[in-house]
Design a protein around this ligand. Structure first.
Ligand code: 13P
Length: 256
């Protein structure tokens, strides 16, 4: 990563794990371990844990995010939570377009664009996930697919708003599988995303954009991944649920 031109961001994605009491306990464990972090640290947690997470992290510099949001401000959308609602609580980040949402909950490039738009309108920072399946990688369409996902999601996002967008490259085949992309594979696609952003905006905007890698990033492989020039951080699933492992990744980002 190139910390002279952009922020390194390590974000935990807790997925559907931890009750509010467990969230508080995990954050109490994480807090002292990351207090000297030289990168931005974020925890994205289930909706029910947001209040506990905001309380536990108050005054620490650790950012709190949700894992999804709806595109309408309010209305008859049973079970949904709007970006405005998240912002009103003090939530700063939201993950949009995670592959698990695309795979299990019918999210499409179009709904991802709508959710991202709503999140930006509410003042949130969006962690926008893109990435190919194994089948798509084997078909040789990774570059086109990831470019298309990014282009659709960024439709209507101004250059100014782009400062509140982080793109997370998460190859679907590397998520929760223990099969990490090699550092070269991760860097290649992160660099390609930066090219797409350069085409859409300009070189300055592309250079300033934080692009994370996600997919089985852990305490052991983080340093190598984060040493790549175009990998500016990580979106961490499993390893973010273990305080020492998460802290180790934050440390790798601080050094790298
Ligand atoms: P794992 O780190 O568990 O592979 O999950 C990655 C991920 O999906 C982060 O959003």
């Amino acid at each position: 990563m190139n910390k002279t031109v952009r922020k390194a961001v390590i974000a935990g994605n807790w997925k559907m794990n931890k009750t509010p009491a467990e969230a508080k306990a995990l954050l109490e464990e994480i807090k002292p371990l990351v207090k000297d972090a030289g990168c931005v640290v974020v925890v994205c947690v289930p909706y029910v844990d947001l209040a506990a997470a905001l309380e536990a992290t108050a005054g620490t510099g650790i950012g709190v995010g949700a894992e999804n949001c709806h595109w309408e401000v309010s209305g008859a959308y049973t079970g949904e939570v709007s970006a405005q609602m998240l912002a009103s609580m003090g939530v700063q980040y939201v993950i949009i377009g995670h592959s698990e949402r695309r795979t299990y909950f019918g999210d499409t490039d179009v709904t991802v664009q709508k959710r991202a738009r709503a999140a930006l309108d509410a003042g949130l920072t969006v962690i926008l996930c893109v990435g190919e399946t194994l089948e798509q990688r084997e078909q040789g369409i990774t570059a086109e697919l990831v470019a298309m996902q990014a282009k659709i999601a960024l439709q209507g996002v101004s250059r100014e708003e782009l400062a509140r967008v982080i793109i997370a490259y998460e190859p679907v085949w590397a998520i929760g599988t223990g099969r990490t992309a090699t550092a070269e594979q991760a860097n290649e696609v992160c660099a390609l995303i930066r090219e797409v952003v350069k085409e859409l905006y300009d070189a300055g905007a592309a250079q300033a954009l934080t692009i994370q890698y996600g997919g089985s990033m852990n305490a052991k492989n983080a340093a190598e991944l984060l040493a790549q020039p175009d990998v500016d951080g990580g979106l961490i699933g499993g390893a973010s649920l273990k305080a020492p492992d998460f802290a180790e990744i934050v440390k790798a980002a601080t050094v790298g």
